[in-house]
Design a protein around this ligand. Structure first.
Ligand code: BEZ
Length: 202
């Protein structure tokens, strides 16, 4: 299998974390792509018409995307503890948390492009403020709920750790920990997992 990804991509990081947690890295060749929405990567576009990473090419020539599909596929390839609970409330708790994390990341990556790629004179301040408010609401919800995560390690909690890591990486000045002491403590603990230490964005 071949994984198109990037060391800065938070969705690529989520897949890398799953590869670490499941011991599947030896089965995957990693290809780092350098791309933006304005400068797509030809090899990524050949595998994924959306031109987005992460994208996992399988040995039969087919390709999987997005990160949610790739992570669940990988979780089916190993015999260890499952990151996607198979059914019931635990499954929907994990999937719901992953959706919240991915929503934070979709918003944060959009903001990154808006503030980094778009010329300053063309930036839309109200849109930027609305996106930041969306992230703040999601973080406030996590502050209320994170004590219930306890020692849970599943696709939901790992995705949240990746989302918070991306905020530290690209939006450190926004200081998400301020006013969210419980989430800060929870993040500090989960960030010590080898899978998260080995995949810090760069
Ligand atoms: C970033 O540099 O922040 C980034 C890179 C790839 C995908 C998404 C974000």
């Amino acid at each position: 299998m071949r994984l198109h990804t990037s060391p800065a991509s938070p969705f690529g990081r989520k897949v890398a974390v799953v590869l670490h947690e499941t011991g599947l890295w030896p089965k995957v060749e990693r290809r780092d792509a350098s791309l933006t929405p304005l400068a797509p990567d030809a090899a990524v576009c050949a595998a994924n018409p959306l031109g987005k990473i992460p994208c996992l090419e399988l040995d039969d020539g087919s390709a999987l995307y997005d990160s949610r599909v790739i992570c669940e596929y990988l979780d089916g390839l190993h015999d260890g503890p499952k990151l996607f609970p198979p059914s019931g409330p635990a499954r929907f708790a994990a999937l719901g948390l992953q959706a919240l994390a991915d929503g934070i990341l979709d918003t944060a990556v959009g903001l990154r492009y808006e503030t980094f790629l778009r010329p300053e004179s063309l930036r839309w301040r109200e849109w930027i403020a609305a996106q930041k408010a969306k992230i703040d609401r999601a973080l406030d919800r996590l502050e209320l709920e994170c004590e219930g995560f306890a020692e849970r390690v599943d696709i939901g909690t790992l995705a949240i750790a990746c989302a918070l890591g991306y905020l530290d990486f690209r939006f450190a000045a926004d200081r998400w920990r301020e006013g969210r002491p419980r989430l800060a403590v929870w993040e500090e603990r989960i960030a010590r997992r080898p899978s998260l230490l080995a995949t810090r964005p760069s």
